[in-house]
Design a protein around this ligand. Structure first.
Ligand code: MF3
Ligand code: CO
Length: 254
């Protein structure tokens, strides 16, 4: 079942997602060669709490996992796709780094992700970042009453693959609200015109993960860090959006 949110609930979701948006504005400025991923995470947590929120990922334990996620941000560098754990690793010139933030405020969740270059990066890395972000926006454009869920999925896949990249199959977008992950699951691939019809008041976190090489991924021994199987680069963008009677509202954008 897909939970439809009231106007009041959408106001709450907007507030939690606005915290996420401001975190990115601040953390982006700190991304430079030499900074550790742990420093970025610490600052994100401080900023979330300063605004009255709680880091939604910290302590999160999906079904079947033995460990809780230990940090406020997922930070995934280069071939890391998602769920990288912040630590002593120093970013270096030429890296690309994905930052994923979740915030809980007054019972409602915010969730978004960006991928940013560290200094000057390769042409391919730049193109991967651009294509992944554009794929997200094309998906958002399909999030309209009258369309069906997989219209979003299909448009993301068509654009990413049309640009010579591949989309990750093992992780998907999701509904979001009182829970970080609600129905429906929203794959970033698939045929168009399938699945539930879209309705006003649905809230989705759309999050394409796009690989420079093949779509296959594996998980590291820390149980969390997802990496590309072929070791090539991966990028990730995510927005939480509200479906309206017109264009979707991007809740996690300033
Ligand atoms: N944006 C990711 C997701 O929706 C982040 C979850 S990280 C976790 O799955 F630590 F909370 F698992
Ligand atoms: Co998400």
């Amino acid at each position: 079942m897909i939970i439809i949110k009231s106007k009041r609930e959408i106001d709450c979701l907007r507030r939690s997602n606005q915290i996420v948006a401001t975190i990115f504005r601040e953390i982006k400025k700190m991304v430079r060669p030499g900074i550790t991923t742990r420093e970025l995470d610490g600052e994100a947590e401080r900023l979330i709490r300063m605004r009255g929120g709680t880091p939604a990922f910290k302590g999160y334990k999906p079904m079947g996992y033995r460990s809780e996620f230990p940090a406020s941000m997922c930070i995934s560098v280069n071939e890391e796709v998602v769920h990288g754990i912040p630590g002593p690793r120093k970013l270096k010139e030429g890296d690309i780094v994905s930052l994923d933030v979740g915030v809980l405020l007054d019972g409602y969740h915010g969730d978004a992700a960006i991928t940013v270059p560290v200094g000057t990066v390769s042409e391919e890395a730049k193109r991967l970042i651009e294509v992944t972000e554009r794929a997200l926006y094309l998906g958002i454009e399909k999030a309209k009453v009258g369309n069906r869920l997989s219209d979003i999925s299909h448009s993301i896949q068509a654009y990413a693959e049309g640009n010579g990249f591949s989309v990750v199959r093992d992780f998907v977008g999701h509904g979001i609200g009182k829970s970080l992950h609600e129905n429906p699951q929203i794959p970033n691939f698939g045929p168009p015109h399938q699945g539930p019809r879209l309705r006003q008041g649905m809230i989705f976190a759309l999050e394409p993960m796009v690989n420079a090489g093949a779509w296959q991924v594996t998980r590291l021994g820390d149980e969390w860090t997802v990496v590309t199987a072929d070791g090539k680069l991966s990028a990730h963008f995510e927005h939480s959006i509200a479906l309206t009677d017109g264009d979707p509202e991007i809740l996690s954008m300033e």
